[in-house]
Design a protein around this ligand. Structure first.
Ligand SMILES: Cc1cc2nc3c(=O)[nH]c(=O)nc-3n(C[C@H](O)[C@H](O)[C@H](O)COP(=O)(O)O)c2cc1C
Length: 252
């Protein structure tokens, strides 16, 4: 199994899948992690596993995706902004574990048939995203290569991810590593709406775009998780306070 950092480096949105069911042992590992997340974070993630790629776990839009998946994660959580952020944070943890176990994934908020899945929703909860779990096609079809190239063309420059009074040379290595991980992470329509602010020794994550939308709270949580994986690889462990503008508290 890959380390979490290796999985982070390897992860891309997979939009072309082989017709091959995910092994039960892999689904069991993901189920254990899902149970752990739900118990500790108050989320309601659910796994769908048909064990048969001829019976897709979710109908993905044919305009974006090719192939089928026998499994997927339904990322259900509280419908408010904090819920969105927590879904992002813990959803990315689940995505990176799936990648470490050899699977291809993609965060999908829009381009799937909502009628093809049947999540259990408690009061105040919503289905934020689905994450197909399957095997990436060895040869990525031309169409999916074009989609990826078109979307990633909007990438921001690495230096745009950090707001600081320090010049790049005097930033702590772990902060730069964390911000690089944010840049490598997924975000809805690749908007990359999260910045890392480093001022007076404090590290915070904030949504820099004036116009906010709901999905940006998924992106905020994802960015925080990505940052943590990057910082840890550079030797600094810590945890985030939730919320837009929440602080990263490094262990000493
Ligand atoms: C919250 C969220 C929702 C997304 N929704 C979709 C979607 O509906 N359809 C899709 O094809 N990709 C979707 N994506 C994937 C993004 O387009 C992708 O992460 C981004 O373009 C960066 O590319 P990468 O993940 O390959 O690094 C979503 C990503 C996030 C984080």
């Amino acid at each position: 199994m890959l380390t979490e950092f290796e999985a982070m480096e390897k992860r891309v949105s997979v939009r072309a899948y082989e017709k091959r069911a995910v092994e039960p042992e892999i689904m069991l590992e993901l189920k254990e992690l899902t149970d752990e997340i739900n118990a500790s974070a108050g989320l309601h993630f659910q796994l769908v596993d048909t064990r048969d790629a001829n019976a897709p776990a979710v109908k993905l839009s044919a305009a974006m995706f090719s192939g089928t998946v026998s499994a997927c994660a339904l990322l259900v959580g509280p419908e408010d902004e904090l819920g969105g952020e927590m879904v992002g944070y813990y959803g990315e943890k689940l995505v990176l574990r799936a990648v470490a176990l050899g699977l291809g994934t993609c965060w999908v908020a829009g381009t799937f048939d909502r009628g093809s899945v049947d999540p259990v929703l408690n009061d105040g909860e919503k289905l934020w995203c689905v994450v197909p779990l399957g095997y990436a096609a060895e040869k990525v079809p031309f169409k999916q290569r074009t989609i990826r190239a078109a979307i990633r063309k909007k990438d921001r420059k690495p230096e745009d991810f950090i707001e600081s009074d320090h010049g790049p040379a005097s930033l702590p290595r772990w902060v730069t590593a964390g911000a690089e991980a944010v840049k490598a992470g997924p975000s809805a329509v690749n908007q990359q709406p999260v910045n890392i602010v480093y001022r007076d020794g404090l590290v915070i994550a904030r949504l820099w775009k004036e116009k906010k939308n709901r999905m940006m709270y998924n992106d905020l949580g994802i960015a925080k998780y990505q940052f943590q994986v990057g910082a840890e690889h550079a030797g600094v462990l810590g945890f985030w306070n939730f919320g837009d503008g929440g602080e990263f508290i490094a262990d000493n």
